[in-house]
Design a protein around this ligand. Structure first.
Ligand SMILES: Cc1ncc(COP(=O)(O)O)c(C=O)c1O
Length: 386
């Protein structure tokens, strides 16, 4: 009966990578693959107390699509020069990406993404028929000079998507100069910038650059409770220019009416307590900083990665290594990672030499054992074979 499927659903086929990643869920496998926050650092007791506070008829009732006013107010304060009216609460920032794609993209429309980029964004843009145009990145994020060349040569994207701080998967932070240059290009050529920043608060060294929202007029800014509180409540928020707000709200209405009222009120209650949230973030930064340094220190010979100042990922390069071929052997010896080619809109042989390693989920001891197993799998896999 597959002929009944829409063209869109047929297009959303399972990828080789996703099939491979299923292997990583086997028992006994130490996973460096998922982008899962450390569960033992969840503020469970605070969530329980917040639940007691917010539980009542309002938390269990239908609510406005735009979101609970107290959560919108908290989100507005997190963005520069932002009013409550400009904020829409979303079911995780993944929903924000889907809504933006549905509101802006017609089949074939160009979307500028960094190459490599967040897989879930590539999926959302492609599902809406968008054509993801990969622009290379380096340690300072998207190569805005390369984008400028493409624009001068005639590329006309509807939007450009950047993970501004500690990008998934590359770990790069877009420099202030490049933010300014990107905002200037957006105003000159008339495209929307989507700044996605779930990791910016997880910084344990260096200074956080100013948000893009400060610099351009057509910036959509995304935020999420997933990495700074808990992902399971599925709460995110976005600030969008006024012309886009109506279409976004109507599209969300058709998708899910509104984000769970209970989840929204819980997140508002948790974020309202500035002092407790500051302490929680300090704990996350300290622990993730320790784990990042620990994994970096024991990376197997043949893998090279920058030591991160924040975020959840090491982006490691192995000269001559086919990381897609390596994954099944790694899983055989009990360790998993995400092969780099998953993150490239147009993968080539060079993209296959990368892998994303998350240090957030395992303890320091777990990371050491995972790295040992990874080294063993690499020794058992001659470079370039597969
Ligand atoms: C860059 C980026 N954006 C968005 C998301 C989606 O997060 P959520 O929907 O949980 O807010 C993720 C999740 O890992 C991510 O890494």
């Amino acid at each position: 009966m597959e002929h009944l499927l829409s063209a869109r659903a047929r297009g959303a086929r399972s990828s080789v990578i996703r099939e491979l990643l299923r292997l990583t869920e086997q028992p006994g496998v130490l996973s460096l693959a998922g982008g899962l926050p450390a569960p033992e650092l969840f503020p469970t007791e605070r969530v329980r107390a917040a639940f007691e506070t917010v539980l009542g008829a309002r938390a269990l009732q239908y609510a406005a699509t735009e979101g609970a006013v107290e959560l919108r107010a908290i989100a507005a304060r997190r963005f520069p020069a932002c009013t409550v009216d400009e904020v829409l609460v979303t079911t995780g920032s993944q929903q924000a990406l889907d809504l933006i794609a549905r509101c802006l993209l017609d089949p074939g429309d160009a979307v500028v993404v960094e190459s490599p980029s967040y897989l879930g964004a590539l999926q959302a843009f492609s599902a809406a028929g968008g054509r993801c145009v990969g622009i290379p990145g380096d340690a300072d994020g998207l190569r805005v000079d390369v984008l400028a060349d493409h624009l001068a040569a005639g590329l006309r994207p509807k939007l450009a998507y950047v993970v501004t701080d500690f990008a998934n998967p590359s770990g790069a932070t877009l420099s202030t100069e490049r933010r300014r240059a990107l905002a200037t290009l957006s105003d000159r050529y008339g495209f929307v910038i989507v700044e996605d920043d779930p990791y910016g608060e997880l910084r344990w060294a260096g200074r956080r650059p100013a948000p893009l929202r400060d610099m351009g007029s057509q910036v959509v800014s995304l935020g999420s409770a997933s990495k700074v509180l808990v992902p399971g409540l599925r709460v995110g928020w976005m600030a969008a220019p006024s012309w886009l707000m109506g279409p976004l709200v109507r599209t969300k209405q058709a998708a899910d009416l509104h984000t769970s009222t209970l989840s929204q009120l819980l997140v508002a209650e948790l974020l309202r307590d500035d002092a407790a949230q500051r302490r929680h973030l300090e704990r996350l930064r300290a622990e993730y900083g320790t784990r990042a340094a620990a994994l970096h220190a024991v990376l197997p010979a043949g893998l090279v990665a920058e030591r991160p100042d924040g975020g959840m990922f090491l982006w490691a390069h192995g000269e001559g290594i086919d990381t897609t071929a390596l994954l099944p052997r790694a899983v055989d010896v009990g360790v998993a990672f995400v092969p780099g080619s998953a993150f490239f809109p147009q993968p080539d042989a060079a993209s296959g030499e990368w892998m994303r390693l998350s240090y957030a989920t395992l303890t320091v001891e777990g990371l050491a054992e995972a790295a040992r197993r990874l080294g063993a799998a690499m020794e058992a896999t001659p470079a370039g074979v597969g």
